[in-house]
Ligand binder design. Sequence first.
Ligand SMILES: Cc1cc2nc3c(=O)[nH]c(=O)nc-3n(C[C@H](O)[C@H](O)[C@H](O)COP(=O)(O)OP(=O)(O)OC[C@H]3O[C@@H](n4cnc5c(N)ncnc54)[C@H](O)[C@@H]3O)c2cc1C
Length: 421
Amino acid sequence: MENSVKDIIIGGGVSGLSFARFDEGHEYLVLEKDSSIGGYARTTKRNGFVWDYSGHFFHFQDPEIEKMVAENMCSDDILTISKTTHIKYKDRLIDFPFQKNIHQLQQDEFIDCLYDLFTAPKDAYQTFKEMLYSKFGRSIAEKFLIPYNSKLYACDLDRLDKDAMGRFFPYASPEEIVRNFRNQNNTSYNGSFEYPKGGAIEYVNSISSGIIQSNIITNTKVTAINPQSHTVTLDNGKTLNYARLISTIPFVKMMDMTGMDFDKDAFTWNKVLVFNLGFERKGPNTSDHWIYFPEGCYCFYRVGFYDNILGQDRMSLYVELGFDKDATIDADNLLDRVLSDLKTAGILQDDNRLVDHEVILMDPAYVHINNRSQQHVAQLKSILAAHDIYSIGRYGSWTYCSIEDNIKEARTLAQTINKKH
Ligand SMILES: Cc1cc2nc3c(=O)[nH]c(=O)nc-3n(C[C@H](O)[C@H](O)[C@H](O)COP(=O)(O)OP(=O)(O)OC[C@H]3O[C@@H](n4cnc5c(N)ncnc54)[C@H](O)[C@@H]3O)c2cc1C
């Protein structure tokens, strides 16, 4: 490792690797704290099971990016799946999104939802929770949208901005909702998706194949950043000089490392605990790709079926639980609760044995997007840019986005700053 490198990239996830890929003609070094690349887009392959960190599915909109991520794969290696998803609501399975399928509820609940939809006070709204009440009315909000999202974000939804989920939120007007009673159209941004047979890591490997491999240094953690001297300190005690620093680690952690003053309280997030579970045979559900669980009697908010995506003959699940950022989590004890709740939900039968499992903590997982945090990130990013520090990625930009968005952001940054230098 040279003591002086033009571009130092912190993090070997999709954002860091993509930046390196687009940083053509420049000298760069990717520093990754873990023993392998991929960040949250890693995959575990074990005992015939293929498990992402949490189900990662892809819906590319930019042909250049789609070509790049599949560069070294043949088309047979990538599945295109038409999504089948449901919401477990009381004793039935309702099509997703809930708000467009209220006609599948019991009649009295359906009437409540419909009445409230058309009589909701159209007050101005600021927070995510207020938006839900205003756009969908009390019943839709309180039966699904609030309990489900509160479980996922692990916070009061008043803490989130009205547009916290951006294009990922399935908005529907009252007219669209009524039209759906007769002409079912549940399309969403991910109505169909691509998934590599070898898991999300295959796309990461494809991005990485365009990078000089000796410029990716794993097992190397950045512990401090000195914006004045343009240096980073590593956990092995070494110091490296950079001309430009591209950070893809969580914004709050990066700010802490610089020693600069910032309003830490503006930043909150959830943690997601993921149980990847492999069973000895297939379960009764042979069609769903994932199911949403709004009710508090289930500890999880979503369960996904890798076996139904990959066409496997043994049930292979990811189970996601949301927690506050400061929660203490006892994953070992939670496994029994997860298995018991899967039985209650009818997903797991008593005689189907768990043959392998792993537990992964995503921390942060979903950041709490609000005006305060967004303004702060924008202001601090411009101060950092004056020191040649650029923070990108889902957590570096403190946002809600897909892997394709990460690649686009990395491409835009490389094009912009390479024009200047
Ligand atoms: C539950 C969940 C489900 C998701 N599902 C999808 C999906 O279906 N489709 C989709 O497109 N996207 C999905 N995403 C989003 C996707 O995971 C992210 O957008 C993407 O992985 C972010 O990549 P990144 O490189 O920005 O960050 P990360 O993947 O977090 O990469 C950052 C890297 O930095 C490294 N690092 C951290 N600190 C240091 C340090 N001090 N020194 C050196 N290295 C360090 C980390 O080890 C990591 O490898 C999902 C996210 C979550 C939480």
